[in-house]
Ligand binder design. Structure first.
Ligand code: MD6
Ligand code: FE
Length: 200
C-alpha cells in the first residue's frame, strides 16, 4: 500500500485487496436490491449522470429544493444498514469510536461524471469523509477551499481509499471522467464509489 497526498487529500493506493473488494461489491449489490439506484435532480432541475443510493441512518439526497440528508429512500423505505465490510474500512482508517451515519453509493456508467463540489451538508466538519473506489478507474480532481484554487488530479483505481479531512475536509473535488473498461471487478463495467460520512 502506498500513501499519496493530493492537495491534502490522503489517497491510500491499493488499500483493499481483490477479496475485500469482491466482498464489498457483493454486500453493496444486496443494499441496492432493497434501495435501488436512482438519478436525483440537482437544485437546477437536471438529473445527475451518476446513479445513487445510500445505506445507514441517512442517505444523501437532492431535488429542486436543494441538497440534504434524508432518513428514507424516495420509495419510502428506511435505508439498509451499512454493511460490516464497509464499516471495517472506516474503523481501520478513521476510528472505531464513532461510526459513519451515511454510506453514499455512487455508480458511474461510461459517460457519468461529477462536477467540482464541496461536501458540506454534514454538521461537524471535524469528521473526515472517506471514499472507497471499486471497478473502473476514476479521474479525481482535488483543489482547495475556494473554487479558484489550483487543482491536482489522481487516478482512483479499484481498491483505493481517499480521505478528505483536516484542512482538506472542505476542499473542492470531483470526478472528471471514468476510464471505462479499465477494471473487470464489476459485471458490465463502470465505477462504484462509496463515501462514508458522519452526519449528525
Ligand atoms: C467519487 N467522490 O469518487 C466522488 N467526496 O465518485 C467524492 O465526492 C468524495 O471521493 C468526499 C470525499 C471523498 C470523495
Ligand atoms: Fe464529495
Amino acid at each position: 500500500m502506498v500513501e499519496m497526498d493530493v492537495n491534502g487529500c490522503r489517497v491510500l493506493k491499493g488499500f483493499l485487496d481483490l477479496k475485500a473488494q469482491q466482498m464489498i461489491v457483493a454486500d453493496i449489490r444486496r443494499v441496492v436490491e432493497t434501495a435501488p439506484l436512482f438519478s436525483p435532480l440537482t437544485p437546477w432541475g437536471k438529473p445527475m449522470s451518476v446513479g445513487m443510493s445510500s445505506a445507514g441512518k441517512y442517505g444523501w439526497y437532492t431535488d429542486k429544493t436543494g441538497y440534504r440528508y434524508e432518513a428514507k429512500h424516495p420509495n419510502g423505505s428506511p435505508w439498509p444498514d451499512i454493511p460490516a465490510s464497509v464499516i471495517e474500512v472506516w474503523s481501520s482508517v478513521v476510528t472505531n469510536l464513532r461510526l459513519p451515519d451515511c454510506c453514499l453509493i455512487n455508480y458511474y456508467k461510461k459517460a457519468a461524471k461529477m462536477g467540482l463540489h464541496q461536501d458540506k451538508d454534514e454538521q461537524d466538519f471535524s469528521w473526515p469523509v472517506l471514499s472507497i473506489s471499486l471497478g473502473d478507474t476514476g479521474v479525481f480532481r482535488v483543489g482547495g477551499t475556494s473554487r479558484k484554487n489550483p487543482t491536482q488530479s489522481v487516478n482512483l483505481e479499484s481498491g483505493d481509499v481517499a480521505i478528505l479531512g483536516g484542512n482538506a475536509r472542505l476542499a473542492y473535488h470531483g470526478i472528471d471522467r471514468i476510464k471505462f473498461g479499465s477494471s473487470t471487478l464489476l459485471n458490465g463495467g463502470g465505477r462504484l464509489n462509496l463515501t462514508l460520512r458522519v452526519v449528525d
